[in-house]
Structure formats: structure tokens, C-alpha cells
Design a protein around this ligand. Structure first.
Ligand code: GAR
Length: 215
């Protein structure tokens, strides 16, 4: 893979603040966003991409009777861009196993918790309810296990005594915006890969929580 030409496709469902961080970083980094795809026609992130003259496409899951049909249409569309990496950035649909197998090793996700804690939704409230002193974000390779693929990197934030879930989400989001472009640039530089269900950086298998970043 040519370091300056890593082509990525970004999948979103909502606000797209991580997408914006990736767009901003891509200007001075080693990856280029070929397209932004959303399952949600109203996703605010679509406007962000269009503002930066990035191609946008909607594949509305509501237009499909079966999840497999949606997955197949999405897969074909992504393949048409021939990307080196598929980036899930707030993409809120569960992807089926044949989709995941097709992109295995070249699809990553960002999740707002310190995985393996709190896969799924409502991660910030769950961290508060559990009385956690620390919370954070994980970037991981996508595998068939929901939010369960090998973690590449994490960053942490403190949980303060008067935090609401929104306070915590905002604090984590700031870290997300720094972490995701960093991980994508590792991949684009050919430093990161998935092998035997382990994440490797510079040929070294990463520990369970991945690289601990302090941005
Ligand atoms: C982010 O916090 C991201 O980690 C989370 O959705 C938010 C999207 O925000 N993703 C998940 O929960 C996936 N399970 P954004 O649209 O502003 O980037």
C-alpha cells in the first residue's frame, strides 16, 4: 500500500464529529476519504462531507426487507470504491457475518468505552451507574463479535463526581477525535494489521487493551 494513497470509506449514521476529525486530519495525513456512506438520510455528517466535496451516498436500511439485503447492497457500494480501509464512525447498524468476513482485517470501529467494558449502547450511563472512576474510548478491528474485535488503541478520561452521561460523552468525544485519525494513519502507513484474531502494530501483537494513548 502506497503510504500517501490509503483510500478509506467512512460509514456514519449521525452527527459525524468523528468523520469531521478524520476529514480535518486527512488534509495533512496519509489517507484520503473516497466516500462517506450513511444508512440514515438525515445524518448531519453527510452535510459535513459534502461541504468538503467528499462524495456521499445514502443506503437507507429501511428500503430493505432483510438485513442481509442491506448488507449486500452496502458491501457492493463500498467495493465500488475499492478502499484499503472501511471506517465505522458512529455507524449504528449491526453488520452481519458475511459482510464482516468480506472486510475482515480492513474494517475498524470506534466505541465509546474501555472495551471489553460496555459493548453496545448507553456506555456513558453504564459507566456512571457502575461507579467507574475512569472511562474512555476504544478503536478496534471489527469481527463478528459485536464490539468484540481486537482492540487497537484506547484513551481514558476521569469520571467526575457530578458528571452526567452527557458530560462524560463530551469528554470522551474529545479523545475520540484525537485517537481515530491516529489509528487510521497507523493503518495507512502499513503498520497495523489483524492476524489470527490479534491486532499487530509494527509486527508486535498488542496487549488486550491495545496501545494506551494519552492525548
Ligand atoms: C461516537 O461517540 C462513537 O464512538 C459512537 O457514536 C458516536 C458518534 O458520534 N459509536 C458507537 O456507539 C458505536 N457502537 P459522531 O457521529 O459525532 O462521530
Amino acid at each position: 500500500m502506497e503510504a500517501t494513497h490509503c483510500r478509506v470509506v467512512v460509514l456514519i449514521s449521525g452527527t459525524g464529529s468523528n468523520l469531521q476529525a478524520l476529514i480535518d486530519a486527512s488534509v495533512h495525513s496519509n489517507f484520503k476519504i473516497s466516500a462517506v456512506i450513511s444508512n440514515n438520510p438525515d445524518a448531519k455528517g453527510l452535510d459535513k462531507a459534502a461541504r468538503d466535496n467528499i462524495e456521499t451516498v445514502v443506503v437507507n436500511h429501511r428500503d430493505f426487507d432483510e438485513r442481509e439485503e442491506f448488507d449486500l447492497a452496502l458491501r457492493k457500494l463500498i467495493d465500488s470504491y475499492d478502499p484499503d480501509l472501511v471506517i465505522l464512525a458512529g455507524f449504528m447498524r449491526i453488520l452481519g457475518s458475511s459482510f464482516v468476513k468480506h472486510f475482515l482485517g480492513r474494517i475498524v470501529n470506534i466505541h465509546p468505552s474501555l472495551l471489553p467494558k460496555y459493548p453496545g449502547i448507553n456506555t456513558h450511563q453504564r459507566a456512571l451507574d457502575a461507579g467507574d472512576k475512569e472511562h474512555g474510548v476504544s478503536v478496534h478491528f471489527v469481527t463478528e463479535e459485536l464490539d468484540g474485535g481486537p482492540v487497537i488503541a484506547q484513551d481514558r478520561v476521569p469520571v467526575l463526581s457530578d458528571d452526567t452521561a452527557d458530560d462524560l460523552a463530551a469528554r470522551v468525544l474529545d479523545k475520540e477525535h484525537l485517537l481515530y485519525p491516529k489509528v487510521v494513519s497507523w493503518y495507512a502507513a502499513g503498520r497495523l494489521r489483524l492476524e489470527n484474531n490479534a491486532a499487530l502494530l509494527d509486527d508486535e501483537a498488542l496487549p488486550p487493551g491495545g496501545v494506551q494513548v494519552h492525548a
